[in-house]
Design a protein around this ligand. Structure first.
Ligand code: FRU
Length: 478
């Protein structure tokens, strides 16, 4: 039926809106037992426009309930990306002592001919359900058309609110501090440095292990083309972010579809949970989904290992596991492709440790969502020393010339073989390799019937040290 057809690519493991366009996650905050996900949303259409903050909540980072639009655009302004903080001591005076507010700090993009971008506030005294714009908006205006995406958090050390905000064209992140969220003192700038091949957007600064991490999204100029998010480690004293020396370009994810990701404020237990928009500005408005367009990446737990970012799907994921669909150990696969499972379903989780079976093995790995000539190839290229996703034959690819491609990440082959953790959904694949030190996220649009899981190896055999495919309970059953 038309309805089934329309929902063909509906994510089963990821948040997607019932209908219409989304882009960046906004205002990620854990509050009163709920994970809030606000997001760039067009309430009136399935392409970018009328930007407003949509809203969804979850108690487990898995099952999301979409709520009414939180902050709608109006005749004067669009509501661009930003953050939400819990103003526990009512420093802003926007709540009452008995009811401290949640405060959203967002970019007002004026609809008039000036197109100015200025930082504004909205507040909620009902735990995020309804929002009121602050009458004194904007709270920060430098007369610029390119000044956006405030990332605000409480800085314990200096006892003030800190904002990181992008000057996109100048490739700078500017820092501000405030006692009350209303009046902001300018601190220093960071950048240009690292990757500067596109505009800088959506900064997010947070402590992780013994460092501070600054995420900066860049578009275009990402390693897979178009949009991507880079990161810097360093120190932050409440005024200045000083990057650790010798970092070069470092990427959160080298796939094509991981952009504008930020982390949760106030996550319990010191967790640092990251959620990206799983899309790319190159083709975001042409992906073949309906009646929605856009999804969030699966939430990731961040940590630092040897000074670099390590990521894994949030551990809540394992609670979705049903019986293993397939479990293999110590198996050698001969050159070519071999079907391991005829029907994996459209979504599942895969854990594997794979190794070249001979010195001549040139590339090896697995194909997911294979069938009818379609497949998405996840592999390791031994001579290049690169993990890759090849989505050139993944299904619908010709809606945009920039979509089909092979996306690569350099990673040393661990002695015991390459450990992979892969989340396959109706329209995406997320690959975490080498203990989560490398990630590749790509959208795919395979036919619903492309459900085989295959091994592939060229130049020589592949050794499957272990491989388990877990069936998962869907979190979305639209
Ligand atoms: C990033 C971005 C932000 C902006 C928002 C507008 O994807 O361009 O810089 O606030 O999207 O929707």
């Amino acid at each position: 039926t038309a309805r089934v057809r329309a929902e063909t690519y509906r994510p089963r493991l990821h948040f997607s809106p019932a209908r219409n366009w989304i882009n960046d996650p906004n205002g990620l905050i854990h509050h009163a037992g709920l994970w809030h996900l606000f997001f760039q949303y067009n309430p009136e259409g399935d392409v970018w426009g009328n930007m407003s903050w949509g809203h969804a909540v979850s108690s487990d980072l898995l099952h999301w309930q979409e709520r009414p639009v939180a902050i709608p655009h109006d005749a004067q302004e669009m509501i661009f990306s930003g953050s939400v903080v819990y103003d526990e001591h009512n420093t802003s005076g926007l709540g009452t002592d008995g009811t401290p507010p949640l405060v959203a700090v967002y970019t007002s993009t004026l609809k008039d001919a000036t197109g100015l971008q200025r930082q504004s506030l909205a507040y909620s005294t009902d735990a995020g359900e309804t929002w009121t714009k602050y009458a004194g908006n904007p709270v920060l205006d430098i007369g610029s058309k390119e000044f956006r995406d405030p990332g605000v958090f409480w800085h314990e050390g200096s006892g003030r609110w800190v904002m990181a905000v992008a000057l996109p064209i100048e490739h700078k992140i500017r820092f501000y501090a405030s006692a009350d969220l209303k009046s902001w003192e300018q601190l220093g700038d960071f950048g240009p440095t690292g990757a500067t091949g596109g505009v800088w957007e959506c900064p997010n600064l947070f402590p992780l292990g013994d460092r501070w991490v600054l995420l900066v999204s860049i578009n275009p100029g990402g390693p897979a083309g178009g949009s991507a998010t880079q990161y810097f480690t360093g120190t932050f004293d409440g005024r200045v972010f000083a990057a650790d020396p010798g970092q070069g370009e470092r990427w959160v994810d080298r796939g094509a579809d991981c952009y504008a990701g930020i982390t949760y404020n106030d996550a319990p237990g010191g967790r640092r949970v990251f959620v990206p928009w799983m899309n790319n500005w190159l083709y975001a408005d042409r992906i073949p989904t309906s009646p929605w367009r856009g999804a969030m990446g699966f939430p990731r737990e961040l940590s630092l290992r040897d000074g670099s970012l390590a990521q894994e799907p949030v551990p809540e994921l394992t609670s979705l596991r049903t019986d293993p669909l397939l479990s293999l150990a110590d198996t050698t696969v001969a050159e070519g492709t071999e079907e391991l499972l005829a029907d994996s379903g459209q979504f599942y989780e895969l854990e594997a440790v794979l190794a070249p079976g001979s010195a001549a093995t040139a590339s090896f790995g697995i194909d997911v969502r294979a069938g009818g000539g379609q497949y998405t190839r996840i592999g390791y290229d031994t001579s290049a020393g690169e993990l890759f996703i090849d989505r050139t034959a993944s299904g619908a690819v010709d809606f945009d010339a920039d979509f089909p491609g092979v996306h690569r990440a350099p990673v040393a082959l661990p002695d015991g073989g390459l450990d992979l953790r892969i989340l396959v959904d109706a329209s995406s694949v997320e690959v975490y390799a080498a203990g989560g030190s490398v990630c590749l996220t790509d959208q795919i649009f395979p036919d619903p019937g492309a459900r085989a899981l295959r091994a592939h190896t060229s130049g020589g055999p592949m050794r499957i040290t272990s491989l388990t495919a877990y069936g998962l309970k869907p979190v979305s059953v639209r």
